[in-house]
Design a binder for this molecule. Structure first.
Ligand code: FES
Length: 126
């Protein structure tokens, strides 16, 4: 069984995860892009960076106008930090810490992701 843990925010470690939500099969997600999954009342944006073979997850709501759009943003990196650019007004956020990289918006929530037996799981602490 292969387990890949990635996209961990320092303040949110795997031992704080109380629920690993089985989101979908790996093949259900686009490469080098995002998709939105729902967990309870949360919308979560999930991204797969094919070149890095890394997964990240964050809140789908952009803190700028609270639009549910981050899963449709462009992924990239800034000085080695994986980031997401909101499709609305191009605010960018680190997918490691959630920090707003080109402004002073609130940080977004980042969630741990693991891949196990071809399924993508997102970690929550409840
Ligand atoms: S709504 Fe995301 S940058 Fe404006």
């Amino acid at each position: 069984m292969d387990t890949i843990l990635t996209g961990l925010q320092p303040a949110f470690q795997p031992d704080q995860v109380s629920v690993w939500f089985k989101a979908a099969k790996v093949s259900d997600f686009p490469k080098n892009g995002g998709a939105c999954v729902k967990y309870k009342d949360k919308q979560i944006a999930v991204y797969y960076f094919e070149r890095r073979n890394q997964w990240y997850a964050c809140q789908n709501a952009c803190p700028h106008k609270l639009e549910m759009v981050l899963s449709r943003g462009m992924i990239g990196d800034e000085k080695g930090i994986p980031k997401i650019a909101c499709p609305m007004h191009k605010k960018t956020f680190s997918l490691v810490t959630g920090e707003n990289l080109n402004g002073d918006l609130d940080a977004i929530s980042i969630y741990p992701v693991k891949v196990e037996d071809n399924f993508v799981y997102i970690g929550f602490s409840e």
